[in-house]
Ligand binder design. Structure first.
Ligand code: SF4
Length: 308
């Protein structure tokens, strides 16, 4: 099949648009979508120092590449990569190597935070000591802490993450099914409000691009990305929703686009009703990071693993 816009062979047929695109037209169209998302939600402004959460996987790799292509030449915007090494072997050491290679190629400074250096534990050890616990609930709390602090060290004012359209819809459905509307209210292209300026504001430039197209973008543009999945990954509900959405999209092309559009129409209403006032934050008694209890969740979890 040829591209609908030229005579080159197509790399994708977009059922939801009814057109086929060659490598060039497909890549330009993904980049155009990302630029539109950035403009529409005012995600990047003059003087921004953007920390990009870079795992070495396809989403964050494509995000770093596109942000670098758009803003790399701008003297008023700085881009840094923040990579977290959770201590999951050999999976994370390999993906950190991929992340370093990406940054070397683009000339982007990379800052790596290791759980072992920060907390004296690795996720592999957490899994041995706390097999009954959901690994991702520890890991997610630790990761947010490391990224937040590393981003502050480079004076970043925003954290760009590689969440794509599928991630956003899955999160919305998960929160809806769990009845967690305050978490649902935190979705969107950028952080609505933060309880403390010490928390990084997050932006999601890939939010309007489907996961499958991000993978294809990485492939046709020869981006070296790490494709393994974490051996400790859990989350049966997200996996079920992912399969359901993919099945729906196959049967009814464009359903993901309409789902995202519905989420965007509902978000202002949900925020008004459920965002709530930010609870007062004070420094954690152990690490000094802002938190709403005497001791922050991260310090509580580190203690729980070490006391075991
Ligand atoms: Fe951590 Fe879970 Fe992600 Fe693995 S899948 S890196 S355990 S959050």
């Amino acid at each position: 099949m040829d591209c609908s816009q030229c005579d080159e062979p197509a790399v994708i047929y977009r059922e939801y648009e009814g057109r086929a695109l060659c490598k060039e037209h497909f890549s330009r169209s993904v980049e155009k979508q990302v630029k539109q998302t950035i403009r529409k939600h005012n995600l990047v402004e003059d003087g921004d120092i953007i920390a990009v959460g870079l795992s070495g996987g396809k989403d964050s790799g494509v995000l770093l590449q596109i942000l670098h292509d758009i803003f790399g030449e701008r003297p008023d915007i700085e881009i840094h990569a923040i990579t977290v090494h959770e201590g999951i072997e050999p999976y994370r050491t390999e993906s950190v190597e991929t992340a370093k290679e990406m940054c070397d190629r683009l000339g982007v400074p990379i800052h790596i935070g290791k759980y072992e250096d920060e907390y004296g534990i690795t996720m592999d050890e957490v899994m041995v000591k706390k097999p009954e616990m959901h690994s991702c609930s520890y890991c997610g709390v630790f990761r947010r802490d490391v990224i937040n602090r590393k981003a502050r060290e480079v004076d970043a004012n925003k954290l760009a993450i590689g969440h794509n359209m599928d991630d956003e819809i899955q999160s919305a459905l998960m929160n809806f099914l769990k009845g967690d509307m305050s978490r649902m209210a935190r979705l969107g292209a950028k952080t609505h409000k933060v309880p403390s300026e010490q928390f990084m504001r997050r932006i999601k430039p890939l939010r309007e691009v489907m996961e499958q197209e991000i993978a294809l973008y990485a492939q046709v543009n020869d981006l070296e990305v790490h494709i393994e999945t974490c051996p400790h990954a859990q989350g049966a509900l997200r996996a079920d929703i992912r399969n359901f959405l993919n099945q729906m999209e196959e049967q009814r092309p464009s359903i993901k686009h309409s789902a995202l559009s519905s989420i965007d129409k509902l978000l202002p209403v949900i925020r008004d009703e459920f965002y709530g006032e930010a609870s007062e934050v004070t420094p954690c008694e152990e690490c000094g990071e802002p938190c709403s209890q005497d001791v922050c969740r991260k310090c509580q979890l580190v203690r729980a693993v070490k006391d075991k």
